[in-house]
Design a protein around this ligand. Structure first.
Ligand SMILES: *Cc1c(COP(=O)(O)O)cnc(C)c1O
Length: 457
């Protein structure tokens, strides 16, 4: 088989500033061992997130010039609205400045206080918005999804039996909504099968529970369905996406992911009453209903990006490039989430740094080491991000200790990825010398963004 090439060529480039190991030791210290606090110009390969970091296409940039900045009724809004309507077949489309704004609005108006919000895995901002509304987030990930190094086709699936027993135990009235994250970002970018979506939908319908999608990576998820779910092998990704959305009562979306936009998001809904409540809050916090928190040019970029992401040459390259890096690491016996996810490579820090206790954040230690060794910026998805404290102030650890290397869309070439593999392999060889970290300062919500850490003494 021939090399799968990047299905684009480069028109405009951005410089990468090279630093030395000595400089990076100081940079990470100055950033309190938290990659979110490192100035971006001091990063060589930035794999912190695939959110808002995509390279836009020449068509999207052209669309930016066509963007109409009218306060009300901009033609850019209608192009955006039509595209989202066509994709989701939902009648009420509400633009927001990013995904979490859609979440904030949805969970504020749902009135789910004291009730449960069920998911395969709630993403960090989603969980925070659920909890801020007074609701209780419940993750019911399938058992195979919790085993990083055991490959399986749909490790993002929701555990159907667990969902049924949760309903039996608590009563459907106490479950406000079920929201499936496609692909499951916090659980390794693993896809959810169409069968699972249908099963979840049916349980929700039977019990009068609303069924939503967190659709940030819908196209990547649908491409996996095409590859792995026999029934869909001959369907186009667009057809698969339309079927997937047809099962949902609504969705939240961050356009910073699969819409290749640098900013943006939306809520799409079937229910008019809910939509009206959301629009009222939108006007209060985001902006008028035909722009949300966005410029007209952003709406154009999203509308164009939502079409581009369904191009299968792109998705083939995208999924293969993640697999390429994952396979290089597997070859070196490096503990990595298997199979490869849709947007990122996830290292299993619990195994990678098995000598570091969970209370000393092995994931964060690995993030720090990758930065020092090669200037790569990754993010911990483990007990720093999701850990809580019990009444004795002891850490309740997260389910997994992962380090996510998120690959921005259409940004890095194969040689960048080869370099990333070399750096990880080098850190793996030196892993025994790495030492733990402790938190020296933290905030009560989403602490990983701003926490300060220091090496254990
Ligand atoms: C990024 C993301 C969000 C939040 O979107 P923002 O645009 O960053 O606010 C929600 N859910 C998932 C699965 C995400 O990946």
């Amino acid at each position: 088989m021939k090399t799968i090439i990047e299905p684009f060529k480069i028109k405009s480039v951005e410089p990468i500033f090279i630093t030395t190991v000595e400089e990076r030791v100081q940079i990470i210290k100055d950033a309190f061992y938290n990659p979110f606090l490192i100035p971006a110009e001091k990063v060589l390969i930035d794999l912190l997130t695939d959110s808002g970091t995509s390279a836009m296409s020449s068509s999207q940039w052209a669309g930016m010039m066509i963007g109409d900045e009218s306060y009300a009724g901009s033609p850019s809004f209608f192009r955006f609205e039509n595209t989202v309507k066509d994709l989701t077949n939902m009648p009420f489309i509400i633009p927001t400045h990013q995904g979490r704004a859609a979440e904030k609005i949805l969970f504020s108006v749902l009135g789910a206080k004291g009730k449960m919000v069920v998911s395969n895995t709630l993403f960090d901002t989603t969980r925070a918005n659920v909890e801020a509304s007074g609701a209780i987030g419940v993750d019911l990930l399938c058992p195979e999804g919790k085993l990083p190094n055991v490959p399986s086709d749909f490790k993002g699936n929701l555990d159907i039996e667990a969902f049924k027993s949760l309903i039996d135990k608590n009563g459907a009235d106490n479950i406000a909504i079920c929201i499936l994250t496609v692909t499951n970002n916090s659980g390794g970018g693993q896809p959810v099968s169409m069968q699972n979506i249908i099963d979840v939908k049916n349980i929700c319908k039977l019990n009068g529970i609303s069924f939503f999608l967190d659709a940030c990576r819908f196209a990547e998820n649908c491409y996996f369905i095409k590859l792995r779910e026999k029934k869909y092998a001959d369907s186009s990704v667009e057809q698969i996406a339309k079927e997937m959305f047809s099962y949902a009562d609504g969705c939240t979306m961050s356009a910073k992911k699969d819409a290749f936009a640098n900013m943006g998001g939306f809520l799409a809904l079937h229910n008019e009453d809910l939509s009206n409540k959301c629009k009222n809050l939108l006007i209060l916090t985001e902006g008028f209903t035909t722009y949300g928190g966005l410029s007209g040019r952003d709406l154009e970029a999203i509308a164009i990006g939502l079409k581009e992401v369904l191009q299968e040459d792109y998705l083939k390259y995208r999924i293969n490039s993640i697999e390429y890096l994952t396979n290089k690491l597997i070859k070196e016996n490096i503990p990595v989430m298997q199979p490869a996810g849709g947007h990122a490579v996830y290292l299993d820090a619990k195994q990678f740094l098995s000598h570091i206790p969970i209370e000393q954040f092995p994931g964060q230690v690995l993030v720090t080491a990758l930065f020092i060794e090669g200037g790569i910026r990754a993010v911990e998805i483990g007990s720093l991000m999701f850990g809580k404290y019990d009444s004795m102030n002891q850490l309740i650890p997260a389910q997994m200790e992962l380090v996510r290397l998120a690959i921005p869309r259409r940004v890095y070439t194969q040689s960048h990825i080869d370099y990333v593999a070399e750096v990880i392999i080098e850190v793996y060889k030196k892993r025994d010398a790495l030492k733990g970290l402790v938190i020296t300062s933290e905030q009560p919500v989403l602490r990983h963004f701003t926490a300060k850490l220091a090496p254990v003494s």
